[in-house]
Design a protein around this ligand. Structure first.
Ligand SMILES: Nc1ncnc2c1ncn2[C@@H]1O[C@H](COP(=O)(O)OP(=O)(O)OP(=O)(O)O)[C@@H](O)[C@H]1O
Ligand SMILES: [Mg+2]
Length: 379
């Protein structure tokens, strides 16, 4: 394959959102041809590659799409796994492997995997419906999580007191102990077919309390050497135990007594790795390509400390997006704006992100705050 360097090679991505968009951006340097499947005819990848409008969860749509590609990857987990399994059976390369996507699609199976593999995670019980949650008063305070199809915090309910039990999910879910954490961190790890693994240094995430989305991210995380080592080892163990090829983001809690617990994993480029484009030697997107093409994994070292701010649609605005404060933000040194090509904004929609790099961590935080307060998406 290297003799052609991908000139006649077609990499299919299930999903045409911002993650796909940045993956294409990275693949252009290697002559990779991309083909995209997404249900939204105006998805962020629309005009950047061969584009098919179609449902990611439909068996036949995914089959037809997959057959026309040389290698298939994903930028979203909610895809038809049966079709991917059949494509794999027919000899198509699918990375991450369909079995891994299937496991991750269900948080209940994910949690069971951690337990079976002695990977530290919050204690949990499985519940089939609301009635079962109501019987578990003694397990509070807890977090009720939908088994399937929850994302961006939409399948997560925090149940502090008996009164909150009303918010419990009717569908198969899990009830997990509420962790009074010190920090939330993420380690992104890559693994190629040769079994080589490499982690990015841990980053620290700060969440938006109402929207449940990452609001800021700092790299590197302010954690001890011991915690860093532990988090790194856990990420490597998970990707190896899964026998997975590709990129895996491992979201973790650092507890007040400095223990590391796995929250959840995502088998693809991740929101917590955007800053690697400017701030690390190899970006998460290039690392994903290296992993799935079985190329040597790149150096993940940090070049400079960085912060990442998600640019979310302002609350109260829906319609054609307008970006306010761009010039003020771009006037500051070390500020890199990424817009995702979404025409329409709505409250808390991810419209872009900004990475800030600065060798001075205090100044970095100040600029991140300035960016947050200045760059607003309205209509
Ligand atoms: N057991 C827990 N204890 C305390 N807080 C929790 C727990 N589980 C989840 N949370 C909080 O809720 C957030 C969202 O949970 P989780 O990551 O499981 O859901 P999600 O919908 O998949 O999120 P996303 O798609 O944004 O990553 C976590 O980042 C964390 O802040
Ligand atoms: Mg999460």
């Amino acid at each position: 394959m290297s003799q052609k360097f991908y000139q006649e090679f077609k990499l299919g991505i299930l999903g045409g959102g911002q993650l796909g968009r940045m993956l294409i951006q990275s693949g252009i340097d290697w002559n990779i041809n991309f083909s995209i499947l997404d249900p939204d005819p105006s998805a962020p990848c629309k005009s950047l590659a061969e584009f098919t409008t179609g449902k990611l969860t439909d068996y036949q749509t995914v089959m037809d799409f997959g057959k026309s590609c040389d290698l298939i990857t994903i930028e979203i987990e909610n895809v038809n796994v049966s079709a991917l399994k059949e494509l794999e059976r027919q000899g198509k390369k699918v990375f991450p492997q369909p079995a891994v996507i299937e496991l991750i699609q269900d948080k209940r199976i994910q949690k069971q995997f951690y337990k079976d593999h002695q990977i530290p995670t919050a204690d949990f019980i499985l519940t089939e419906n609301k009635e079962e949650v109501l019987k578990r008063k003694s397990f509070l305070p807890a977090v009720n999580k939908l088994g399937r199809e929850g994302y961006d915090g939409r399948g997560v309910q925090i149940l502090l007191t008996e009164r909150d039990l009303e918010k419990a999910f009717e569908a198969p879910s899990l009830l997990e102990k509420l962790i009074d954490f010190d920090k939330e961190i993420s380690v992104i790890v890559a693994r190629n077919e040769k079994g080589e693994t490499k982690t990015f240094p841990a980053v620290e995430m700060v969440f938006h309390p109402a929207a449940n989305l990452v609001e800021y991210l700092f790299s590197p995380a302010a954690i001890s050497k011991e915690v860093e080592k532990e988090a790194d080892a856990i990420a490597k163990k998970i990707i190896t135990d899964l026998n997975m090829v590709g990129l895996l983001a491992v979201e973790m809690f650092v507890t007040k007594d400095q223990k590391v617990l796995v929250n959840e994993i995502a088998p693809r480029p991740h929101n917590s790795g955007h800053q690697t484009i400017e701030a690390n030697v190899t970006s998460q997107y290039q690392q994903h390509l290296r992993a799935i093409l079985n190329l040597p994994l790149g150096d993940t070292s940090i070049i400079q400390p960085s912060a990442m701010v998600n640019v979310l649609g302002e609350d109260g605005f829906s319609g054609l997006a307008k970006y306010n404060g761009l010039e003020e933000v771009l006037n500051r040194p070390g500020v890199y704006v990424h817009l995702y090509g979404k025409k329409l904004t709505k409250p808390f929609r991810k419209m872009g992100h900004v990475t800030i790099v600065d060798s001075d961590v205090e100044r970095l935080k100040n600029t991140a705050n300035f960016v947050k307060q200045t760059l607003k998406v309205t209509t």
